[in-house]
Design a protein around this ligand. Structure first.
Ligand code: ZN
Length: 449
């Protein structure tokens, strides 16, 4: 009850504008780096995040078994190009890292066009766009280019080079923990394995960095753990190494696709009715903007691992337009122009509000359940002269009604959020009234975690 994640969580518009600007700048700084599921791009990205929050960098060696998987070889790349029969460099990795299929094995040779074509990926339906292609677990090499460029390739001999290494090393991820009053945790996860793609990967990274930066100065009730991991293999690795911590996770969110101009989408946890599911649904319903709430499905991002049946964690994913549903998904269209600062700011506000509610929602027990307690003699009710000058009449009325709702429904079954939903009284008013009743010893805290 005494935690300091205060009721002033609704950041002013001015502050949100500043944060969205900062998030955008961080995305711009991370954008040029060539990341993959392992390698120096991930380390370099974590070093940049480390300027904001003291993340711990972890390394897990190639070959380590994690559940049914093994940590793959580490991939690094320094250069790649294609020179056409006229001696012109037509593909340059330094101009866009999307030009090389991620995890391409090294190659340097002269090759006829017909042979080269077998290793070129395009998107025929979007002829101006470079696709993002990976081949993590099947050793191969490849280039990516626009269909328009592909159509113009002349026959003849090409000089190709992929200056990469694929050898034993490690998988790198970052972890950051904000210790709260209790050890029970809220887990926030994003992935840091895509190269120059903004909405898919960097929007989540920037949002979680700034959320952690904001929360670390407060004293929340729950502990908040932030993961910056390569998608899929990173989540599998973290779960494998931290099975002993799993019981402490009481809720969580996978942060992805948070910067496009589409509406917010909440993908529920596999459980469907966990506390975070109720909270994010509440936040979206009261956001006065279009949104969708969808049931869990077993593909998508790292909720696939966190919500696999053996863990079934209460984790959902709050995003905007879901992966695969926007045209710019996994291609060069997912760039700095595609993401919008206002969308980043709006997503940040929704995350912050959800976390604030998660931290504040609890169950109380009315210690005077037989008839109503006499509020007047405790100075809680307005008629006894307590009129708060900082509230308007509506707020005073809602606050008084809130007292009746809380006293009646604090029967051990309903949380403050349930009472807010039943009564239609805003959650922050319910929280503030319950705090008053608790201080007057009319309510007892219940440990429902
Ligand atoms: Zn992706």
């Amino acid at each position: 009850m005494k935690n300091l994640l205060n009721s002033n969580y609704k950041k002013s518009q001015v502050e949100i504008k500043k944060i969205q600007e900062d998030m955008f700048n961080l995305i711009s700084e991370l954008y040029p780096i060539c990341r993959s599921i392992t390698g120096n791009g991930v380390r370099q990205s974590l070093d940049i995040i480390k300027k904001h929050i003291e993340i711990e960098k972890k390394e897990v060696a190639t070959g380590t078994q994690v559940f049914d998987w093994n940590i793959p070889k580490e991939w690094n790349i320094s250069n790649a190009y294609i020179i056409d029969p006229n001696g012109k460099k037509i593909i340059d990795f330094k101009k866009s890292n999307l030009h090389v299929m991620s995890y391409s094995t090294p190659i340097k040779k002269k090759i006829e066009l017909e042979e080269l074509k077998k290793h070129i990926h395009t998107i025929p339906t979007q002829p101006n766009i470079i696709p993002y292609i990976t081949s993590y677990y099947n050793e191969n090499w490849g280039f990516c280019m626009s269909q328009n460029q592909f159509n113009e390739l002349e026959s003849g001999e090409y000089e190709i080079c992929i200056d990469s290494t694929l050898k034993n090393g490690s998988l790198t991820y970052g972890e950051y923990l904000i210790k709260g009053e209790i050890q029970d945790e809220f887990l926030l996860s994003c992935y840091i394995c895509h190269p120059s793609l903004c909405n898919d990967n960097l929007s989540g990274v920037a949002l979680l960095t700034y959320l952690a930066k904001y929360l670390k100065n407060l004293k929340p009730k729950f502990s908040y753990r932030f993961l910056f991991i390569p998608e899929t293999i990173g989540a599998i690795t973290w779960l494998n190494l931290n099975e002993d911590k799993i019981d402490k996770i009481k809720g969580g969110l996978v942060a992805t696709c948070l910067g496009d101009s589409g509406n917010s989408t909440y993908k529920k946890s596999r459980r469907g009715d966990s506390r975070i599911d109720k909270i994010v649904s509440y936040v979206l319903k009261h956001s006065n903007s279009e949104h969708s709430i969808v049931d869990f499905y077993p593909y998508g991002s790292d909720e696939r691992q966190f919500c696999s049946p053996g863990f079934n964690l209460p984790m959902g994913s709050l995003m905007r337009t879901p992966y695969r549903k926007f045209l710019e998904y996994h291609n060069s269209g997912d760039n700095l122009e595609f993401i919008k600062k206002d969308s980043l700011g709006d997503s940040f506000s929704k995350y912050l509000e959800s976390i604030w509610m998660f931290d504040k929602d609890e169950k109380f027990l009315n210690v005077n359940p037989k008839c109503e307690p006499q509020l007047g003699k405790r100075g809680i009710y307005r008629n006894t002269g307590i009129v708060r000058t900082d509230m308007n009449t509506d707020e005073i009325e809602q606050r008084e009604l809130a007292i009746f709702w809380i006293m009646n429904f604090s029967d051990g079954k309903n949380s403050l959020l349930d009472i807010s939903e039943k009564s239609g009284i805003p959650f922050d008013i319910i929280v503030s009234a319950s705090s008053n009743l608790y201080e007057n010893k009319l309510l007892k805290q219940l440990d429902d975690n």
